[in-house]
Design a protein around this ligand. Structure first.
Ligand code: LMR
Length: 396
């Protein structure tokens, strides 16, 4: 049966990682996969994580199964991080299952949606993270797109977005990026979140909020503000969160899928379905990542250390956004790149064409996704000149 299979192309984002690794050009720059890098181009383990791991090594008492929902203390802390410590939802309407990364959380959500409504359509932004579409389709759901990023003006197509969402019926799901939109870096402002929240309530569709970059945009609190507005407005929603980026726990695969239901009884029923989904996919999540996050968030000292490290990462990313804009202008590039400084998180589209992207890769060993999405954290004070010269030369 295997001989019937046809080879598939490599993943557009992960394929870049492999190609970059093999490139022997000493000047090579990786602007591909969404992984934070420091000024030296490394992705170090956070200091707070190292301390939590040392604590865990000393204090772990068993390797027995963890349970379907995973580490319940971790789940509760994630709910607080997402919804805010004063949220009234925490007491009765939210239920959370730990999941293997943000992608695992999305897959659990997809199967949960399928159990709620086999015919649900999931609406995603144009564009969205490439894996969103294949992930929901793989779960047997229909995926449709709604307008979002304005490629021409490097902003939002907000009116078009709202007009499209006005056609979405009850029983469908609308996926929204809480902050640091992947791939465009273009986020809704708070007034726009209010409009979307009211529309979700009016139309009756279910918002699914993907929050993979909390703390990478403006702050931990502000990055969750839109999500909180929606949560306070609608009867039900789904939140898929990830600790890959903000805790730097990429390879530990730690995230969560949270369901908010209209009341406690419905939340309990939803939770039983959520856990049955988990059981049928991977039975139980791994323990390590959740223990680390829980250990950090249980300690005032480690939490403060993590806040500081998160501030450092966000500060560097925002500084690089300004640096890229200024360096390109200094090289005499006429095209306006000031939008990079207005966008948030790790990603922006450079807005250059395929031929220019290919030239950057073949002539300069600068790697970015084929859509011109760049991970700004791949730039540093050491390579910014090389990068700006290269972009200037392919644009001219
Ligand atoms: C990205 O968008 O680069 C990250 O979310 C990593 C991935 O899995 O694609």
């Amino acid at each position: 049966m295997f001989s019937e299979l046809k080879p598939l192309p490599t993943d557009p984002i992960l394929g870049l990682m492999a190609a970059y690794k093999q490139d022997t050009n000493p000047n090579k720059i990786d602007l591909g996969v969404g992984v934070y890098k420091d000024e030296q181009g490394n992705t170090p383990v956070l200091r707070a994580v190292k301390k939590a791991e040392a604590f865990r090594l000393e204090n772990e008492t068993t390797k027995s199964y963890i349970g379907l929902a995973g580490n319940l203390d971790f789940c509760q802390k994630m709910e607080t991080l997402l919804l805010g410590e004063h949220s009234t939802l925490l007491a009765n309407r939210v239920r959370t299952a730990q999941a293997p990364g943000g992608t695992g959380a999305l897959r659990v959500a997809a199967e949960f949606i399928k159990r709620c409504n086999t015919n649900a359509t999931v609406w995603v932004t144009t564009p969205t993270w490439a894996n969103h579409i294949s992930l929901f389709e793989a779960a047997g759901l229909t995926v449709k797109e709604y307008p979002y990023y304005d490629y021409e003006n490097k902003g939002l197509l907000f009116d078009e977005m709202i007009n499209a969402l006005k056609q979405v019926p009850k029983g469908d799901v609308v996926l929204l990026h809480a902050c640091c939109h992947n791939p465009s870096g273009m986020d809704l402002d708070q007034a726009q979140w209010k409009v979307v929240a009211e529309l979700a309530k009016e139309q009756g569709f279910t918002p699914l909020i993907d929050i993979a970059y909390q703390g990478f945009g403006t702050s931990l609190e502000e990055d969750a503000q839109g999500l909180r507005t929606v949560a306070d407005t609608v009867d039900e929603m789904i939140i898929c969160s990830s600790c890959s980026k903000n805790f730097g726990l990429y390879r530990e695969r730690i995230g969560a899928c949270s369901i908010i239901a209209k009341d406690s009884a419905t939340a309990d029923v939803s939770n039983s379905v959520l856990l049955s989904v988990v059981r049928s996919i991977y039975s139980m999540p791994p323990a390590h990542g959740a223990d680390i996050v829980n250990t950090i968030l249980s300690s005032t000292e480690l939490t403060q250390m993590w806040y500081d490290e998160l501030d450092e990462m966000r500060g560097r990313i925002n500084g690089l956004r300004t640096l890229i804009k200024e360096s390109l202008a200094a090289k005499g590039v006429e095209q306006d790149f000031s939008f990079i400084d207005r966008q948030h998180g790790m990603f922006s589209f450079l807005g250059i064409n395929k031929e220019q992207i290919d030239r950057l890769r073949t002539e300069y060993a600068i790697y970015m996704v084929g859509s011109s999405r760049v991970n700004v954290a791949g730039v540093s004070k050491d390579n910014i000149d090389y990068f700006a010269d290269a972009v200037a030369s392919v644009i001219k």
